[in-house]
Every structure is written in structure tokens, then in C-alpha cells.
Write a protein that binds this ligand. Structure first.
Ligand code: PEP
Ligand code: MG
Length: 361
């Protein structure tokens, strides 16, 4: 179990006295959350929900959901997934009680969940009552030529709102239960991925708010929550002024924002990165340290336009850069409210945030 004691603990206390930036963690399991809290995280800045869908006990239901041919079929599978998602969120909110937890609704391209083996197709066929050949045809239809620019993020929520509705219900049911049991009400921040336009966020926020109202009416209790968006596409950064009319917070997804700003695949950059750094084209790996002149300028534009619309809008960063000291210095300069890093980088982020604050004085 990690523990910050002795001289290291003292150093951390000093860092906390001078830093302005809050430090959160990217965490998606109760174990991650526990580690993050031990290391001093002040909330969860990114809970990715996609890994939850891969769990062996539920992958068949997930596959049934994505291979269903209509909304009725999808809803039948989602009903089975709801209690499991409620449990996921309950466990996380319990560990993080009293702190903000940003939960991001489903993001990855659906084909990632597809069955491959014959036996997997057979399992889904039995669960869904659909024959294997039909399932295989549906699976082939889900093929995408460029999935990272395809049917992912809020595009899933726009085409299949019932998926986000189920997740939102699970979040609010869990949050109300935890508030009732622990007394320290959790503060869920529901985050919509891959938004590029105001209208996308407006549609998705309506789905989330409707689910919240239904749960609150059911349970006879309300809790505070926020609905906001990732800023991870250049268009979203440029249109941040109108997106902030709907979004109550922004979290910069600098992994995708770097990929889409530089036009460089985050999964393949390694092939030419060495040569690019050697030739001085990139000062550093832009997927590690914020490319200040490109991605950084978009962050500045988005922060400025977002604040103009919604003064004091909460701004954070949840890409890998949130744990990188040079990028943290940049976040301090732009005046973000928090950085979010993987749990084991939280102490480094606390120190870097302190150093950035001192350098600014
Ligand atoms: C990002 O794009 O920076 C991000 C945090 O989301 P993901 O890495 O899950 O795409
Ligand atoms: Mg992303």
C-alpha cells in the first residue's frame, strides 16, 4: 500500500502549501481510487467507463447490446448492464466520498467489443435469441476504416442515446445511494467525450438531465452534479465560447487533441518520433509534453472563450500530459483549475504544481 510518510510526506505538505492547481487522478476502479487518495488526489479527473464493459461477466451483454438490430434489443441488453454499472459507480463514489468524480460516458468505437471466436458469437446468439449468421452480418457492418475518427465518443450517444441514458441512470442511482449511506455526498461530474459542436453537447446533456430527474423523483432525493465536456478536438477548442453555454466544465483531452491537431496517430507516432526530435521538428514527444505552439494555443483559446461565456467555468486536463511537469507548468500559466494524472503520478503532479506556482511568483 503506498504511503507518503517521513521526509517525503513533509515535502508533499510543503508543496501543497504553495500550489494553486488542484491535483486529481485518472482512475476507473476502486483500487485505483484508493491508491490515488493515499497519494493525495483531490478527486477523480477522468473515470473512463469503457474498460468496465470488457469485464468477462458482462461482455456478452455488451455484445448483445451493440449487435442488436433495433432500440428494443439494445434496451433489453442495457437493462442487464444497469445493475453492474451501478455497482461500478457505487464502489468508486464510496472511496471518493465528498470529492468530485468526473465520469466519462462511453467513448471507444463499438467494433472494439465485437466477438471474434465462433464460441463468442454462439454465446451472444443464445443470449440475444438471434442466429449466428445475422450476428456476423451485423458485426461486419460495424467495421470502420478509421475508427479513431469514426463512430465513437458522443457520436455513440447521439445515435444510441439509450447507452448514455443507462450510464447516467447508473451514476445517479449510485450517487444517491452513497449520499444516503455515507453522509458525505459524492459530487458526480458527468463528462461527454469527443464533442465538437454545441448541439452535440446540448443533446447529450438533455439525456443526462432527464435520467437525473427520473432517478431523483424515484428516490425522493436530489444531489448536486455537473455536466461538462472533454475538449479534445480542435473544433471544440475554437467553438468553446458556445459550447460553454451548455457545458458546466471543460476537461482538456490532450491525447486526442494532440493527435487531431498535429494529424499524428497517437498509436503510431513512435515510428518517426526519434527522427523528428533529432531534427528539431519536435522539441519533445508531443504526446508527453504539451506542444505549446499548437495544442497549447488551442487550450488558451478554449480557456479564454469558455470563460468569456461562463465566468469561472471549471477547467482541467485529463490527457497523459496532466502528469508531466512541463505541461503542468503550462496549465498553471493558463490558469486551469486542476490537472489529472494516473494515480502513481499524483505526487509528481503535486510537486510540479508547487514548482509552477513558485516560478510564477
Ligand atoms: C484524451 O484524449 O486526452 C483522453 C483523456 O481520453 P482518451 O485517452 O481516453 O482518449
Ligand atoms: Mg480522448
Amino acid at each position: 500500500q503506498p504511503e507518503l510518510s517521513g521526509d517525503f510526506g513533509t515535502l508533499m505538505t510543503w508543496a501543497d502549501e504553495v500550489r494553486r492547481l488542484k491535483v486529481r487522478a485518472n482512475a476507473e476502479t476502486p483500487e485505483d481510487c484508493r491508491v490515488a487518495r493515499e497519494f493525495g488526489a483531490e478527486g477523480v479527473g477522468l473515470c473512463r467507463t469503457e474498460h468496465m464493459f470488457f469485464e468477462s461477466s458482462r461482455i456478452t451483454n455488451v455484445r448483445q447490446m451493440i449487435l442488436a438490430s433495433d432500440e428494443k434489443g439494445r434496451r433489453a441488453a442495457l437493462e442487464k448492464l444497469l445493475p453492474e454499472q451501478r455497482k461500478d459507480f457505487t464502489e468508486i463514489l464510496e472511496v471518493m466520498a465528498g470529492l468530485p468524480v468526473t465520469i466519462r460516458l462511453l467513448d471507444p468505437p463499438l467494433h472494439e467489443f465485437l466477438p471474434h471466436e465462433e464460441s463468442e458469437f454462439a454465446e451472444v446468439a443464445t443470449a440475444a435469441g438471434i442466429d449466428v449468421d445475422t450476428l456476423k452480418r451485423r458485426a461486419a457492418e460495424l467495421h470502420e476504416f478509421n475508427p479513431m475518427l469514426g463512430h465513437r465518443g458522443c457520436r455513440l450517444g447521439v445515435t444510441y442515446p439509450e447507452i448514455y441514458e443507462m450510464q447516467a441512470r447508473a451514476i445517479f442511482e449510485a450517487a444517491v445511494d452513497v449520499a444516503e449511506k455515507s453522509g458525505a455526498a459524492p459530487i458526480p461530474e458527468v463528462m461527454i467525450p469527443l464533442v465538437a459542436t454545441r448541439r452535440e453537447l446540448e443533446l447529450m446533456k438533455a439525456v443526462v438531465d432527464k435520467a437525473a430527474q427520473a432517478v431523483f423523483a424515484d428516490k425522493g432525493r436530489t444531489i448536486e452534479y455537473l455536466v461538462g465536456t472533454m475538449i479534445e478536438l480542435p473544433r471544440a477548442a475554437l467553438r468553446a465560447g458556445e459550447i460553454a453555454e451548455v457545458g458546466e466544465f471543460f476537461s482538456f483531452g490532450t491525447n486526442d487533441l494532440t493527435q487531431t491537431t498535429l494529424g499524428v496517430s497517437r498509436d503510431d507516432a513512435a515510428r518517426f518520433l526519434g527522427a523528428y526530435v533529432e531534427q528539431g521538428i519536435y522539441a519533445k514527444d508531443p504526446f508527453v509534453s504539451i506542444d505549446v505552439e499548437g495544442v497549447g494555443e488551442l487550450i488558451e483559446i478554449a480557456a479564454e472563450r469558455g470563460r468569456k461565456t461562463r465566468s469561472g467555468i471549471k477547467l482541467g486536463i485529463c490527457g497523459e500530459h496532466g502528469g508531466d511537469p512541463a505541461s503542468i507548468a503550462f496549465c498553471e500559466k493558463v490558469g486551469l483549475d486542476y490537472v489529472s494524472a494516473s494515480p502513481y503520478r499524483v505526487p509528481i503532479a503535486r510537486l510540479a504544481a508547487a514548482q509552477a506556482a513558485l516560478n510564477k511568483q
